[in-house]
Design a protein around this ligand. Structure first.
Ligand code: IFM
Length: 432
């Protein structure tokens, strides 16, 4: 059966940031940094999903999805990151998982979608090697609580963002700008992923465990040799840096050389990182066009914006890239199974007479689903699709101004209004 789902993440929708024993995460801290987030927004209330999860599960039921990808808020269930468990946090996810199952929806939790407990950041966060064991301990504890009902786990969401955006460009929490620290964080995130697989399987061997990587294929701005090298580097930095260790037990040589920094590999780290995953979660939004740029650091290229159809994020819309990516990945890395764990688009949605007619999102969705099924017909082992996102939500450094939901959220009233794209997705699922 094809998996039809929707995806969300804890910090982006839950709210209830200071309730029932939840402790701060690095995002609670980062959103307080002046100028870090557009409009000074934060996730304190977000979509109030913590209190409205029943209504949100009903919406999923109405859509007809058979899977829900969400993330567990680490500081809600283990406020200090390690040590004592917050039972009220566990109770919330118990209710969520049970409520999903009652509606015939499989729960697909992600363990880490960027909200590291602040208590662990204070001890060095992902930059220090101990983070690997903190994460494995957390994974084990969650598997013990939920693996009686959860059949598919995802370890880490988009380590690219945590490592590069959180520790190199600093546009995401924890807001650090240092290549050496970013490289260390990337290695510990990957190692944490490997150890988390072992921890989950230790609780229940038959559980399926995957990782979620975001892929942004790169095309050269021109035919010049320099631009073609730039596209290779962009592919290495964005895509291969995270896929190669997991699927090939090595870091890409060209990027290691270009960084000119030692990756803090110890002993058999690479064999732990490449512990077989049951599936790959692939997030795809857009492709990038890049050009050689002598002055750019740490790699000599920059993104350019040739005229093309773009979303409200400024991201190019190019659905055939999804087919190419799925084909490339299937042959180059040979995962057992692939699930598109995120795909979607932000638009300047307008609520008019109680309706949101988001034709652009419908068209984006339609084209990307078509691209997925072309790849499937050609043999890519892609067995599911999760639309990003169920709801409009807190879009990180962009705050609430960028809406990705199939369902519009009127934040002052927290009213949920299914957009045209929700109706389209519902019909598409029914047809199948
Ligand atoms: O909102 C994010 C999500 O948290 C991770 N993947 C990309 C989405 C859109 O930017």
């Amino acid at each position: 059966m094809f998996t039809w789902g929707v995806a969300t993440s804890a910090y982006q929708i839950e709210g209830a940031a200071f309730e029932d024993g939840r402790a701060p995460s690095i995002w609670d801290t980062f959103t307080r940094v002046p100028g870090a987030i557009i409009n000074g927004d934060n996730g304190d209330i977000a979509c109030d999903h913590y209190h409205r999860y029943e209504e949100d599960l009903d919406l999923m039921n109405w859509l007809g999805v058979n899977a829900y990808r969400f993330s567990i808020s680490w500081p809600r269930v283990i406020p200090n990151g390690v040590g004592s468990i917050n039972q009220k946090g566990i109770d919330f996810y118990d209710r969520l998982i049970d409520g999903a199952l009652e509606r015939g929806i499989e729960p697909w939790p992600t363990l880490y979608h960027w909200d590291l407990p602040q208590a662990l950041q204070d001890r060095g966060g992902w930059m220090v090697r101990e983070s690997v064991d903190w994460f494995a301990e957390y994974a084990h504890a969650m598997a013990e609580r939920f693996s009686d009902r959860v059949k598919n786990w995802m370890t880490i969401n988009e380590p690219f963002c945590s490592a590069w955006l959180g520790h190199l460009s600093g546009v995401m929490a924890p807001g650090i700008k240092n290549l050496e620290k970013a490289v260390a964080a990337s290695h510990h995130l990957l190692l944490g992923h490997g150890k988390a697989i072992l921890a989950i399987k230790d609780v229940k061997e038959s559980t399926k465990v995957g990782v979620v990587l975001n892929f942004t294929p790169a095309v050269p701005a021109s035919d010049s040799q320099e631009d073609r090298v730039a596209a290779q580097l962009a592919d290495g930095f964005d895509n291969r840096w995270f896929a190669d260790p997991i699927f090939k037990a090595s870091y890409p040589k060209d990027i290691v050389e270009a960084f000119d920094i030692d990756v803090p590999i110890v002993g058999n780290d690479l064999s732990i990182i490449s512990t077989p995953t049951d599936f790959l979660g692939m997030n795809f939004y857009f492709r990038q066009t890049v050009a050689f740029d002598e002055k750019s650091t740490p790699l000599k290229y920059r993104q350019v914006t040739p005229s093309a159809e773009r979303t409200f994020m400024g991201w190019e819309i190019h659905a055939p890239t999804l087919t190419e990516l799925l084909m490339r990945f299937s042959s180059e890395y040979q995962p057992n199974e692939i699930f598109i764990t995120e795909n979607g688009s932000a638009w300047d949605d307008q609520l008019i007479d109680g309706k949101v007619e988001d034709k652009n999102r419908v068209s984006y969705l339609e084209r990307h689903l078509e691209a997925l099924f072309v790849a499937k017909a050609k043999g890519a082992p892609v067995n599911g699709y999760f639309a990003w996102s169920l709801l409009d939500n807190f879009e990180w450094a962009y705050g609430y101004g960028k809406r990705f939901g199939l369902v519009y959220v009127d934040y002052p009233t927290q009213k949920r209004i299914p957009k045209s794209s929700a109706h389209y997705y519902r019909e598409r699922i029914k047809e199948n």
